[in-house]
Ligand binder design. Structure first.
Ligand SMILES: [Zn+2]
Length: 151
């Protein structure tokens, strides 16, 4: 009886603790990252909500390095995944990379000698990793469409 009990309990402990600790250490690093990002998002969202109540549809991040690049933006009414913003963070504007919106609203490199004006856009890239995130027009309005949106 005694040996049966001790065997059962030691089996139970072994089979429970071994896979649990293995999966726990795996998922711990994953969930720690998620938790960290989630907390950062919440903090920034809270900050934005405080400073610009009801002003933003999303917090936008770089798709490559996930640096947060925009805290106040409006979701485009017609194009899902596209956002307009007046201000961005951690971004660089490439003054010599000019683009125009071609037919069907596709962004295309501006042909040489393209007229300067509101129809011409300069390329905006992530300052951290250089990924293309959108364009800015002559009025300083940002059009961000290669971004990851959080709330
Ligand atoms: Zn980046």
């Amino acid at each position: 009886m005694d040996s049966e009990w001790s065997t059962a309990s030691s089996d139970g402990v072994a089979s429970e603790s071994a896979p649990e600790s293995a999966s726990a250490s795996e998922s711990a690093s994953e969930s720690a990252e998620e938790l960290h990002d989630g907390q950062a998002d919440k903090r920034d969202a809270a900050w934005v909500a405080k400073r610009f109540p009801g002003a933003t549809d999303a917090v936008l991040s770089c798709p490559m390095c996930f640096t947060q690049i925009c805290f106040v933006c409006q979701h485009h009414v017609r194009f899902p995944g596209q956002y307009r913003a007046r201000e961005v963070a951690h971004c660089r504007t490439l003054e010599d990379k000019l683009y125009v919106f071609g037919k069907r609203g596709r962004l295309e490199p501006a042909p040489d000698g393209a007229p300067q004006g509101s129809e011409v856009f300069r390329l905006v890239v992530c300052a951290e990793c250089g990924a293309r995130v959108g364009v800015v027009d002559a009025d300083g309005a940002y059009h961000l469409f290669e971004v990851v949106a959080g709330s």
